[in-house]
Design a protein around this ligand. Structure first.
Ligand code: PLP
Length: 416
């Protein structure tokens, strides 16, 4: 009998029959509060009526056009619409299907635009599972092991928060930021010469790496070094974009200017769509034919993205992520205060997580996993992350209400 391959082990036993808003309904007849949002994808909730209507209408009008052959209206409209939310000057867009593909597109573009080979990434970063994206990923070994050699020209520099959150050195944020930038300078002096370095790629909040936010001083430090050496600063906003952190882009918290921005996940509420944005000057340096793909910028996905952006604006979802994120965080902090096994509560907006630790302060993936399973019993779906899998994250859809946050917190408290 055919079956799904063994390595695709499910984090929960739930088989979803249908989704509605923040809920999934299982074939077991139970209703679950989905605080995974399909790994941060269903920004407007499951099957938002406006997203459904836009997709249904588009399916009946034009499913596929392929932008290098014929242009279609949903893509043209999406390009225009994204102009309202992208940082000034990042006017030139390219679309693909997944986060990994967009990461690869950004990497290819950075190499072509600068004529330089090397990419600097941050320790703990996650950029995807295609071979090049996995080469840029250091959130854990499982994404990189067993199919090498990986792409060369990748250099890793510290990400400050991963040091102080884990309290390994007992340093504070300022000291770790100074350390991380000092290590980057050292890397640029001794390992990859700046004149060989095309890009520094970083997530505003490490996602799969453990939900650790960057800080302004660190990102400004990266910007300053990028400017000094003609390196491009690439922000991977695949998980942090489209309102997830309580601002439209994760980097809006830190006032840093990217050269290339990567988006996916929440952009189309579950339809596969990703993209990169850069200035005309940078994008013009991509060689014709080097970027593209059969399905990228699919018409139905673009229509869903347009509806998603309308819902995000009309329903004030960025503000809701900030407001409900603060409520969720405060509830999580209350639970953590009574729970020695939770060593840290962190994140931004509705991108929040709890780090589970042993009495000795070591990562405790077993307890994290037990809490995740117990939460399922309580009707709450959660995911783990982090290099050791000891971080349990809560990423509800951005439409989540105050009552649903409280319901989630009751389930969380019971599970813990
Ligand atoms: N970049 C970041 C920051 C991500 O969180 C992810 C996925 O979790 C990716 C890239 C890869 O995206 P995808 O799984 O759509 O290829």
């Amino acid at each position: 009998m055919s079956h799904l391959s063994e390595h695709l082990r499910q984090a929960t036993p739930v088989v979803a029959e249908r989704g509605e808003g923040v809920h999934l309904f299982g074939t077991d007849g139970r209703r679950y509060l989905d605080f995974t949002a399909g790994i941060g994808v269903t920004s407007t909730g499951h099957c938002h009526p406006r997203v459904v209507a836009a997709a249904q209408e588009q399916v009946a009008t034009l499913i596929h056009g392929q932008y290098t052959t014929v242009m279609h209206q949903p893509l043209q409209k999406l390009v225009e619409r994204l102009g309202d939310v992208l940082p000034p000057g990042l006017d030139s867009l390219f679309f693909a299907n997944s986060g990994s593909e967009a990461v690869e597109a950004a990497m290819r573009l950075a190499r072509q635009a600068t004529g330089r080979p090397n990419i600097v990434v941050c320790q703990g970063g996650f950029h995807g599972r295609t071979v090049a994206a996995a080469s840029l990923t250091t959130s854990g070994t499982k994404v990189r092991t067993g199919f090498g050699p990986l792409m060369s020209g990748v250099h890793v520099t510290p990400f400050p928060s991963t040091y102080y959150y884990n309290s390994r050195y007992g340093w504070d944020e300022e000291a770790t930021t100074r350390f991380a930038l000092g290590e980057l300078d050292h890397l640029l002096q001794t390992v990859t010469d700046p004149s060989d370095t095309a890009a520094i790629m970083v997530e505003p909040v490490l996602g799969e790496g453990g939900y650790t936010p960057a800080n302004s001083a660190f990102l400004q430090g990266l910007r300053e070094r990028a400017d000094r050496h003609g390196i491009l600063l690439v922000l991977d906003e695949v998980q942090t974009g489209v309102g997830r952190t309580g601002r439209f882009w994760g980097h809006d918290h830190f006032g840093v200017r990217p050269d290339i921005i990567i988006t996916a996940k929440g952009l189309a509420s579950g339809f596969p769509l990703s993209g990169i944005a850069a200035s005309d000057e940078i994008m013009a340096k991509a060689r014709p034919g080097s970027q593209g793909g059969t399905y990228g910028g699919n018409a139905v996905a673009c229509a869903a993205a347009l509806a998603t952006l309308d819902v995000v604006e009309d329903e004030g979802l960025v503000g809701n992520a900030a407001t409900q994120g603060a409520r969720l965080r405060s509830g999580l902090e209350d639970v953590a205060a009574k729970t020695p096994a939770i060593g840290d509560v962190r994140g931004l907006g509705l991108m929040l997580a709890n780090e589970f630790v042993t009495d000795a302060g070591e990562p405790d993936p077993k307890t994290a996993s037990r809490v995740q399973q117990a939460a399922v019993e309580e009707g709450l779906l959660l995911l783990t992350c982090g290099p050791w899998g000891n971080v349990v994250r809560l990423i509800p859809p951005l439409i989540v209400s105050e009552q649903q946050i409280d319901e989630g917190l009751r389930a969380w408290s019971a599970a813990v």
